[in-house]
Design a protein around this ligand. Structure first.
Ligand code: DX5
Ligand code: ZN
Length: 224
């Protein structure tokens, strides 16, 4: 496995030509498609659902990483699994039964993960490490692309890295540590040093797109 993975968030892509945008970022070296699902209830914005996931599935072999910002979470999980999601993550505050929701994701054949808002404690991990394949730390408050990275997230990343390393040492099982919000070429090195191995970037990647140049994402993805 690669030591670091880049996951462009299609939230900032041009939705009028989403398939082409995905092909172009993957061709430019990105590893994962980060898919932000917002419901105008858990977060104040409304985005895309299983139909769009199903539509993009044939476009790429890359991992589709579905970040659920919806409440409740359980009833949408099987739909995303059927639509071709590979990883499904959710916010612990949005599920009444966290252990059950994590099982539901795995029972539907996907990798599972929990997402931590800037003020959400990592103690939610205490009893569920065995059921988690990825930990996702938000470095902005969820709901919108293009926000500024919250610096306190670096300490939290170090804490999450220590928890994961201790777990891997004990069990031999790897857990990915993903960071989401305000990541760009000038702060990514520091974020990597704090322990992240998987980097979501929305506006930094898709903001670099000049509509016609087929190699428009090479420079920024190369810089990440
Ligand atoms: C925010 C989303 C992020 C967002 C990141 O709620 O979860 O994935 O798209 O966008 P940037 O990289 O622009 O902060
Ligand atoms: Zn996200």
């Amino acid at each position: 496995a690669k030591p670091f993975r880049i996951a462009p968030s299609i939230l900032s892509a041009n939705f009028a030509k989403l398939g082409q945008e995905i092909t172009d970022v993957i061709t430019s070296g990105a590893d994962i498609v980060h898919f932000d699902v917002m419901d105008n209830h858990y977060v104040p914005n409304l985005t895309i659902g299983p139909l769009v996931c199903e539509a993009i599935r044939p476009v790429t072999d890359a991992i589709i990483d579905v970040h659920l910002m919806v409440k409740p979470v359980d009833r949408i999980i099987p739909d995303f699994a059927k639509a071709g999601a590979n990883i499904i993550t959710f916010h612990p505050e949005a599920s009444d039964h966290i252990d059950r929701s994590l099982s539901l994701i795995r029972d539907n054949g996907c990798k599972s993960g929990l997402v931590f808002n800037p003020a959400t404690p990592l103690s939610y991990l205490d009893y569920v490490m065995d059921k988690i394949d990825m930990v996702l730390l938000m470095s902005v408050n969820p709901g919108f692309g293009g926000q500024k990275f919250i610096p306190g997230t670096l300490d939290k990343l170090r804490e999450a890295r220590a928890r994961i390393d201790a777990y891997t040492e004990k069990t031999g099982r790897e857990i990915w540590l993903e960071i989401d919000g305000g990541v760009n070429p000038s702060n990514i090195a520091e974020i990597a040093r704090a322990g992240a191995d998987t980097f979501v970037a929305g506006s930094a990647v898709f903001g670099a797109g000049k509509d016609t140049d087929p190699n428009r994402y090479d420079t920024v993805i190369g810089a990440l």
